[in-house]
Design a protein. Structure first.
Length: 173
């Protein structure tokens, strides 16, 4: 992939990460469900981290016209922690509403598109470090999508979700 193509792809990625972060923060403020709020906030923090890394990468690519040596691909993810709390603290009557369900469905679509976008960038990468970086971003978007799918299942059928996760059972067993 040519440098100008990388820069254009990164501009699009920055726009998407920013929109997604803002979406998650808005829904974290709006939801009445504490665990949903934590999930939205943790994904917003991850998206912000993606934005910061992509922004630094964009600046280095503009400056050097090549993939920067030693560019760190280590990025923490907070969504796994939020999902762990969801499993521990979930109740069989979550305080969620149709807006929560719609927001999670929309977020699943965002993450699926991001996953696919970064997979395509990885497949076009000529540099090994560049390929690893975009593969990592794709896998993080996948992790977000799977966590959101889990959250959606919890919101729509909490009793079944709790039973499947090995949580509490309604019959007390």
């Amino acid at each position: 992939m040519e440098n100008r193509d990388k820069l254009e792809a990164l501009k699009l990625a920055l726009t998407n990460e920013e929109k997604e972060r803002d979406f998650y923060l808005a829904h974290a403020k709006r939801t009445r469900n504490e665990l949903g709020r934590q999930m939205f906030e943790s994904i917003a923090a991850d998206e912000n981290e993606h934005y910061q890394r992509l922004s630094a990468l964009h600046a280095k690519l503009e400056e050097r016209s090549k993939w920067p040596d030693g560019f760190s691909i280590d990025m923490p993810t907070r969504v796994t922690e939020a999902l762990g709390r969801l499993v521990k603290e979930a109740t069989d009557t979550p305080e969620s509403d149709d807006d929560d369900v719609t927001a999670v469905k929309t977020a699943i679509e965002f993450e699926a598109k991001g996953e696919s976008f970064y997979e395509k960038l990885a497949s076009k990468a000529k540099d090994k470090a560049e390929r690893r970086f975009f593969t990592l971003l794709s896998s993080m978007e996948r992790e977000h999508r799977l966590s959101l799918e889990d959250t959606l299942e919890y919101f729509t059928d909490p009793s079944e979700w709790l039973e499947r996760k090995g949580g509490r059972h309604l019959d007390g067993a």
